[in-house]
Ligand binder design. Sequence first.
Ligand code: B4P
Length: 187
Amino acid sequence: MRIVLLGAPGSGKGTQAKLIVKERQIPHISTGDLLRGAIADQTELGLAAKKVMDAGELVSDEIVLGMLKDRLNQPDAAKGFVLDGFPRNVRQAEMLEELLSELDIQLDHALLIQVNPDEVVARIAKRAQEEGRTDDTEEVVRNRLEVYREQTEPVADFYRKQDIVSEIHGTGSIEEVHDRIQAVFRF
Ligand code: B4P
């Protein structure tokens, strides 16, 4: 199964992706995690990405696509994947279409996790205390939400045209949200 997870920062994409991959035995591909890995390794790419991420902006499409291409070409991705955090804008969605058609595969589901902005800010404030991520400060989170509204929301329309979008109510416990996702797969 090939799944794309869409939703605002803090909507639970990463959280739900972890549960889906555990059940389905497919890899979790998070562009945020790939970028944070590059930062931890202090690669040139990571150092450039850090400045952009700390401002709450999107890293360049070319950098992210290059990383994604390498990851999708690894053997474990042949049986399916959960893409978390990609695509973040319509251009990335178009680039992904091209890449998948080169590999002769298609997406099965685009899950759009919907959570209201106040809840998102509260969740990220909690994570900031627990994990200290440098892009989780209130000011940066507000910018990330703005970037989401402007650039990422239109991606849902891109997939609505393909009739693969399912909207998931993202408030409630992690298990409740996961059950709603499971119900979509059973359809
Ligand atoms: P990401 O790593 O994708 O970060 P995110 O949007 O905050 O989502 P994340 O998955 O981590 O959090 P989740 O909602 O699960 O991106 C970070 C940055 O990387 C971007 O701003 C950008 O700069 C860059 N980037 C990444 N991909 C890119 C791309 N494709 N192109 C360009 N730039 C890119 O969870 C948040 C919190 O909520 C957690 O603490 C969790 O425990 C909690 N939570 C989850 N579900 C909950 C629930 N049901 N109830 C209560 N709390 C819940």
